[in-house]
Design a protein around this ligand. Sequence first.
Ligand code: NAD
Ligand code: USQ
Length: 397
Amino acid sequence: MRVIIFGGDGFCGWPSALHLSAAGHDVTIVDNFVRRRADEELGVQSLTPIRSLDERLAAWKESSGRCIGSAVFDLAADYDALVRLLESARPDAVVHFAEQRSAPYSMKSPAHRRATLNNNLNTTHNLLTAIAQTGLDVHVVHLGTMGVYGYETVPVDLPEGYLHITYPDRNGDPVERDILYPTRPGSVYHLSKSLDQLVFAFYAQNDGIRITDLHQGIVWGTQTDETDGDARLINRFDYDGDYGTVLNRFLVEAAVGHPLTVHGSGGQTRAFINIRDSVRCIRLAVESGDQVTGGVRVMNQLTETHRIGDLARLVADQLGARIDTVVNPRQEADANDLAARNDLLRGLGLDPIGLNSALLADEFALAARYADRVDRDRIPCRSYWNRERRSAAGGRS
Ligand code: NAD
Ligand code: USQ
């Protein structure tokens, strides 16, 4: 298949592009490197020394014999470049990773809130309207988030996107419908993903565009079979207080002897997936596009759920780290339960590797190898969701 990967220079996009290329697909990456510029803005760098996109692509060609094409433009702003690319590449599928994906970054300041919403809504809407304009039959695979469901404790396993409801019609007879699960975003970033859902519903209904929205949990790990082959292909590893996600942060913290930064009581429960499972899910979604015949297919892309405090204890026990509880900079419940269905991806063949001690040890070894690149001052989360949180944390910013 011909596949365009928007956001293919990023943490999930790069290994997904290689995985699809290795599987024989004809891949083109689009990126505007805004994520690399965010590192410069924040004064931080990926733990792993990532190469430029050109160097990465040359290394992939050398090591695999396969070519990945590339185009550099802003999906949120350069609509004409997008239409030209779609018309010339005529993709069977596009994978849309090109959004600002950090919740803390999206809550740093009004400018960060606005930049996140502007970027994410415009990348999504430009892509859908350009596909409608060209009239191409393209399957859109989008990376959404489990966070659109919110983190209330609910007495059900979260369904895959839709809630099946029954309510009485005018005569009191039951009417059955599937409605989008009520969304409850916890940050401006998550809000942008909730709004994306409406964009997808509209374009599926109005223009008949085939869309798969993957509600992904927190991705942990770094390397995949493809990125592991050559140092020049190494994937990004974020550990800083804005972009670092919790389990990868704990592993770096353990590697540099920093206490594990558990927010609040550590009672928050979240969904997780390893990057190796994540790239397989992307391929399964892309290759099953012909099954999307009407409406938006939503698949929950997670393999397990864990309480943050339990993960910290696991890392502390296995790797000998100390745990520190810090004032939670976020506005989130102190504790929640979470369980979610993932039948659709399992039905397509996902066989989760899940969290295991060998993978944790590999990841710890990677963190230890590049420990001298860690700036300890960039570890704490300093993005406060509101004034009360900021003053509870001692007014730091
Ligand atoms: P990332 O920031 O590493 O990658 C996103 C890429 O998109 C970057 O290379 C960035 O430069 C590019 N991009 C952003 N805006 C763009 C624009 N306007 N034009 C062109 N390129 C643009 O993020 P990631 O961790 O790879 O996440 C990818 C997607 O997966 C995001 O949509 C995110 O919401 C979703 N997701 C990520 C995780 C996770 O744990 N990392 C979990 C669930 C969902
Ligand atoms: N947390 C800590 N200590 C830390 C960092 C985080 O206790 O050092 C806690 C947070 O307070 C939160 C949980 O860990 O309760 C998860 O935080 P996170 O930064 O790992 O993940 P999150 O902000 O939810 O965002 C990440 C990705 C985002 C994706 C989302 C999936 O950055 O792109 O959408 O995971 S989900 O969590 O399912 O919404």
